[in-house]
Design a protein around this ligand. Structure first.
Ligand SMILES: Cc1ncc(COP(=O)(O)O)c(C=O)c1O
Length: 476
């Protein structure tokens, strides 16, 4: 595909791109300059279908005028109000609206600015809750292998992705992890929720806390209902319900990190609704403002909030925690406008209606070279590849998925990859013909990369124009 070489790129030297191989990226930058509906526009005016709803964060599609107009107006009405010791009406309105959207009973809301801050906030609330209730020794936190709870110290401690932890020294003390529920040997190519193994796996949690800890020392268990970032891991039937029972039995708070699964991704408002399990806290972010203003939230059960109010000394700050930008007016406006869109367009129901079609399309990739597993739920699919071995028998982790990602981009599709896994999670406004395009393009890309053997992994053969633009840059 020919593209104009006369593209003006910004100076690429100064910006340190997060979670990105910077040298590699700056040698072939993928820059979007506009977005509307389900498409991005790249630097050379190519329409790129958004197969990932940004970073799982734009469920209502891009460029929503309702949100843009409300935010613009808000900036000229009340741009900022101090978040501590004073507030503004929209913060309360946004919390009430979110409480209406949340599962019954989770109706007290603490605002943050991201999923990472929501995870750390929830962990702090759990510790402080047990302390205020007179149980300060209940202070251990349990996460799960391959869990992702953002990048702050609490989140990486309970998170279960080694690559996100190893560079940053010792973790927090008093942390343990349960096993993740992915079992490819048994469940490869399962459509939707795997049938077997859930109860036994959840029972291991109880076994572990009984054997290794005293359950009365555990403050909380945090899990994502569906593990997104580490590769679309769908829990088997009964697993989350059993975790709930065990937590209840031992007085452990159950936190669902719904940063990805919230706001319709699974075809229901929350993962909690999909699996019919009510946790004690839900964390969210991303879709809360359709991804356009940073905002996260932690919703807690009424009685958790009440415990702080009733048991803290009169006049004391019940939770010494918060952010300068907690409930900043434009974030509240964006959240309210997003909730209005969800109510008007019933995006969760739309996702549920499309999920069967999406599932069929995703599983049509079965049988392609290198495809080891396909997993799906709602409007999420994970395609896991075999590990690519080079001619010396050395595994090239992630190289096949990266090449597939580059080829998809070249073909006008944006996807996400993590290790050897591709994740697809389009906006909930996606159309059937666009679902076809996502999986047809992905199929073409996989076939292309696979047919070139080890040469297919060489990134320099992809995005030639992006490389030419980068070369024309003067680095300082
Ligand atoms: C489950 C989960 N928790 C937390 C986060 C972190 O969110 P943020 O990047 O907004 O800090 C993410 C991000 O993908 C996530 O998927």
């Amino acid at each position: 595909m020919e593209k104009s070489p006369n593209i003006q790129l910004p100076d690429l030297s100064h910006y340190w791109v997060p979670f990105t191989a910077n040298r590699q990226f700056k040698a072939m930058p993928r820059l979007f300059k506009a977005a509307k509906g389900n498409y991005y526009t790249s630097m050379d005016d190519k329409q790129i279908l958004d197969g990932t709803a940004g970073l799982w964060c734009t469920p209502a599609g891009h460029g929503r005028e309702e949100i843009a107009t409300a935010v613009g107006k808000q900036l000229l009405t009340l741009d900022y109000a101090p978040a501590f010791q004073s507030s503004h009406p929209l913060a309360f309105e946004a919390a009430s609206r979110l409480a209406e959207y949340l599962p019954n009973g989770l109706d007290r809301v603490f605002f943050t600015n991201s999923g990472s801050e929501s995870a750390d906030t929830a962990l702090k609330i759990a510790l402080a809750y047990h302390r205020v209730c007179g149980n300060p020794l209940r202070n251990k936190l349990i996460g799960r292998e391959r869990g992702y709870h953002g990048v702050n110290f609490g989140g990486i401690a309970v998170g279960g992705i080694a690559g996100n932890r190893k560079a940053f020294g010792n973790s927090l003390a008093g942390i343990d992890h349960i096993r993740h529920p992915l079992d490819i040997a048994k469940n490869a190519f399962t459509k939707g929720v795997p049938e077997d193994g859930g109860i036994a796996l959840a029972n291991e949690f109880e076994q572990r806390i009984l054997t290794l800890h005293d359950p009365s020392t555990i403050a909380a268990l945090i899990v994502e209902p569906m593990q997104g970032s580490a590769g679309v891991i769908v829990p088997p039937t009964g697993y989350l319900k059993r975790l709930r029972e065990i937590c209840t039995k031992h007085g452990i708070l159950l936190i669902f990190d719904e940063v990805i699964t919230g706001f319709g991704r699974l075809g229901t408002r929350w993962g909690a609704d999909y699996f019919d399990v009510t946790p004690d806290m839900i964390t969210c972010a991303k879709g809360l403002t359709n991804g356009v203003v940073p905002m996260g939230a932690v919703a807690v059960k009424h009685d958790i909030y009440d415990a702080f109010m009733e048991k803290s000394p009169e006049g004391a700050i019940e939770l010494p925690h918060g952010y300068t930008y907690s409930a900043i007016p434009i974030a509240c406006t964006a959240a309210i406008a997003t909730l209005d869109i969800f109510a008007a367009e019933k995006l969760e129901a739309r996702a549920a209606d499309l999920s069967g079609y999406f599932e069929q399309a995703a599983h049509s990739l079965r049988g392609l070279p290198m495809v080891r597993d396909i997993r799906n739920i709602g409007l999420v699919a994970g395609i896991e590849f075999e590990q690519f071995m080079d001619k010396n028998g050395v595994a090239k982790v992630g190289a096949f998925a990266f090449a597939t990602y580059l080829k998809c981009y070249e073909l006008g599709l944006h996807i996400r990859f993590t290790g050897d896994i591709i994740a697809i999670s389009p906006p909930l406004t996606i159309e059937k013909h666009e679902i076809d395009r996502i999986f047809n393009t992905l199929s073409d890309a996989i076939k292309f990369v696979a047919s070139h053997g080890e040469k297919g992994l060489e990134s320099k053969q992809y995005l030639k124009n992006e490389q030419a633009w980068a070369k024309a840059q003067i680095y300082t």
